[in-house]
Design a protein around this ligand. Structure first.
Ligand code: 6PG
Length: 482
């Protein structure tokens, strides 16, 4: 009997996804570039299951039911293109190639067009949730050739995570690169959430002088309240974990953050589309700063840190800190959605923002109770222009700001860096300020480069130039918006 789906790439994610598919009643054919892995898997974790090992791409494709579905879970970049070339000669019209790696959406746009031009279909899908997610139910964000969706929907939705009485955390996202774009934003938000949490940790440790057990308890408590989320939950676990000598494990870990690039892509995209995505950008820069270990070491010897002067009510400050984390988190998601909305316009994706929140609600790294509130906001008003303009979030941010401001003030006074908490607050203040100082900036541009400005007392789109020094010519430079 021919298999329902084929999978290339038997690293941990691939193996786990295959086992997940098989456990839901689908037969799977598998292939890996180094074929010993195939045999090892079939004799090991895959033994006695409805999984067929194959030793070439041709054999894999021939083992599949039509339309054939060949899914790759291989390293993003060249390996994906190389496998596409190897798969194509064996396909028939209407067959489907699926890329489940963390591919850049621009590659997915290109590959969709290419594979479609050959008469086949292409899906680029975000898969989130790490190893455990792949095995027990990941969040899946598929995009690409829409006509392929009905053929994979059943398998994808069966293996994906479920929330609220069985709603699958997987739905069609949109054309070409839309699925991988949404996964990229997911990862950017993941960077932001992680950075916010680490700032709260440093504040607890260095300003409030809390022990690891106290911090563990606090994160555990936070996880039972509005911050209920996977990343808060694992942070509580991590803080309780002791090394063999009984010391907290995190104390032994070098403070230099790694990254594979998806957060950076999100920041670059925000720059491309002109979206103020300050919190995620700060979280990427914070990783870069942490990686400048030697420079930081030198600087720490040159500059003296201000003495910690906090002697207020610790419990009250912890409530404020929770509000700072919550407020910043709202800003981060609002900024992420702002970018999604611009991208949707740019690429004609017609993204469904409520559905995206539901896809992230379970299975993935940023899963949280909070995403239900986002889903509700977009269900209530699918045309909501900005998350902060939703009544629920407006009220929450307004309530959070008092504690949040206190935390930033205390951190700044005590010399504790809170780049994401403070950047988010600065964004909020900028966002709600009727008149920003960009009038002066426009005057400066016009002064030195005749870049022109618009006036408050004239209609938009009419541009003026002032000869500020009396020496300038009357020619103005052409206005442009980046
Ligand atoms: C997921 C994650 C995953 C990502 C890692 C590492 O959704 O399961 O986002 O795709 O690769 O979290 O990311 P960095 O190495 O860039 O931190």
């Amino acid at each position: 009997k021919l298999a329902d789906i084929g999978l290339i790439g038997l690293a941990v994610m691939g193996e786990n996804l295959v086992l997940n598919m098989e456990s839901k009643g689908f037969s799977v054919a598998v292939y890996n570039r180094s074929t010993e892995k195939v045999d090892k898997f079939i004799e090991g974790r895959g033994a006695g299951k409805n999984i067929k090992g194959t030793h070439s791409v041709k054999e894999l494709v021939e083992a599949l039911q039509k339309p054939r579905k060949v899914m790759m879970l291989v390293k993003a970049g060249d390996p994906v293109d190389s496998f596409i070339e190897q798969i194509i000669p064996h396909l028939e019209e209407g067959d489907i190639i699926i890329d489940g790696g963390n591919s850049n959406f621009t590659d997915t746009i290109r590959r969709t067009e290419y594979v479609e031009s050959k008469g086949f279909q292409f899906i680029g899908t975000g898969v989130s949730g790490g190893e455990i997610g792949a095995l027990r139910g990941p969040s899946m964000m598929p995009g690409g050739s829409k006509s392929a969706w009905p053929h994979v929907k059943e398998i994808f939705q069966a293996v994906s995570a479920k929330v609220d009485d069985g709603m699958p955390c997987c739905d069609w996202v949109g054309a070409n690169g839309a699925g991988h774009y949404v996964k990229m934003i997911h990862n950017g938000i993941e960077y932001g959430d992680m950075q916010i949490i680490t700032e709260a940790y440093q504040f607890m440790k260095d300003v409030l002088g809390m022990s690891y057990d106290e911090m563990h308890q606090t994160f555990k408590k936070w996880n039972s309240e509005e911050l209920d989320s996977y990343l808060i939950e694992i942070t509580a676990d991590i803080l309780a974990y002791k090394d063999e000598d009984g010391e907290p494990m995190v104390e032994k870990i070098l403070d230099t953050a790694g990254q594979k690039g998806t957060g950076k892509w999100t920041g670059i995209e925000a720059m491309h589309l002109g979206v103020p995505l300050t919190l995620i950008a700060e979280s990427v820069f914070s990783r870069f700063l942490s990686a400048q270990l030697e420079l930081r070491d030198q600087a720490s010897q040159v500059f003296e840190a201000p003495a910690i002067t906090f002697d207020g009510d610790k419990e009250a400050m912890l409530e404020d800190l929770k509000m700072a984390v919550y407020g910043a988190k709202i800003i981060s998601y609002a900024q992420g959605y702002n970018l999604l909305m611009e991208a949707s316009k740019e690429h004609d994706w017609e993204l469904n923002y409520g559905d995206i929140a539901l896809m992230w609600r379970g299975g993935c790294i940023i899963r949280s109770a909070f995403l239900s509130d986002i889903k509700k906001a977009f269900d209530k008003n699918p045309g909501l222009p900005h998350l902060l303009l939703d009544d629920f979030f407006k009220e929450k941010v307004q309530k959070a700001q008092t504690g949040w401001r206190k935390v930033c003030a205390v951190a700044v006074t005590n010399g504790i860096p809170v780049p994401s908490l403070s950047a988010a607050l600065a964004y909020f203040d900028g966002f709600r300020t009727k008149r920003l100082p960009a009038n002066l900036l426009q005057a400066q541009r016009d002064y030195f480069g005749a870049h022109t400005y618009e006036r408050t007392d004239k209609t938009r789109g009419e541009f003026f130039h002032t000869n500020w020094t009396g020496e300038g010519a009357d020619t103005v430079s052409t206005a442009y918006n980046s």
